[in-house]
Design a protein around this ligand. Structure first.
Ligand SMILES: [Zn+2]
Length: 248
């Protein structure tokens, strides 16, 4: 059985929907999702994935909770300051579904431990660290893993899934060929709207479900959203002939 009686009760309203028929919820129950970064995007992302019936996860985040996180990292409270994000996030989402299987790593992803991603059906990167994103992208290209890049800065969201499964190469590096981290803005310097981070998490959760259940093709579509005026652009990302990963 994909789900226990308790889980059927928890998800009963959603499982009425056609997209969550028996065949599809089996896919949800079996999917392994890696999430890198349990911050402003990662918190709502994992909460809503669990609330949607996903239950096998690997979490990566080396950070401990700080007061400045609480404005948008909704799984944490003042009583959690000083604790590891991975441990606290795991405890919080198990309150929604205690049957979740969650592995946590209180460490950065580096070349030495990237193999921990190998059994993932989808790798979701919300880490807001360009150097890490480049590394994860390269690994996912090499191993043909589904990779979702999810980012939010000030009032703007950028999310894209790269399936890395076709002969025609398209990757994060095709989209952003920047070589240096310093070329890109980051939340700690430019700022981030709490609502914007939250919406990015929810949209990333929906893209994940769309992909797992074949509800909508998200492959190589960059979703750009401004959360103040609700403008949405979905752009087909093309191969960049100058991408150094072209022949990977
Ligand atoms: Zn590329």
């Amino acid at each position: 059985m994909s789900y226990s009686d308790l889980e059927y009760e928890i998800f009963s309203r959603q499982f009425i929907l056609q997209n969550f028929n028996d065949k599809n919820i089996y896919k949800l129950a079996k999917a392994n999702i890696a999430v890198i970064g349990l911050g402003g995007i990662g918190c709502p992302l994992i909460q809503y994935m669990v609330s949607s019936g996903l239950k096998n996860f690997t979490f990566f985040d080396k950070d401990k909770i700080e007061k400045s996180n609480l404005g948008r990292q909704i799984l944490y409270g003042l009583e959690d300051v000083g604790k590891y994000k991975t441990i606290t996030a795991k405890e919080k989402i198990l309150r929604t579904n205690p049957n979740c299987k969650i592995k946590v790593y209180k460490e950065h992803l580096t070349k030495k431990n990237l193999n921990l991603l190998l059994n993932s059906d989808i790798v979701i990167d919300t880490c807001d660290d360009w150097k890490s994103s480049k590394l994860i992208n390269e690994f996912c290209v090499d191993k043909s893993l589904n990779y979702i890049f999810s980012s939010a800065i000030n009032d703007n969201i950028q999310i894209c899934l790269f399936t890395n499964k076709y002969n025609k190469h398209v990757c994060l590096n095709c989209l952003f060929p920047n070589k240096e981290d310093a070329e890109l803005a980051r939340c700690d310097t430019v700022g981030i709207s709490s609502v914007c981070a939250g919406l990015a998490g929810l949209i990333t959760a929906q893209k994940t479900i769309n992909t797992l259940l074949n509800i909508k093709n998200e492959d190589n579509i960059l979703t750009l959203i401004n959360t103040t005026d609700f403008s949405v652009n979905n752009i087909n990302v093309k191969n960049n002939v100058n991408c150094q990963l072209n022949n990977s």
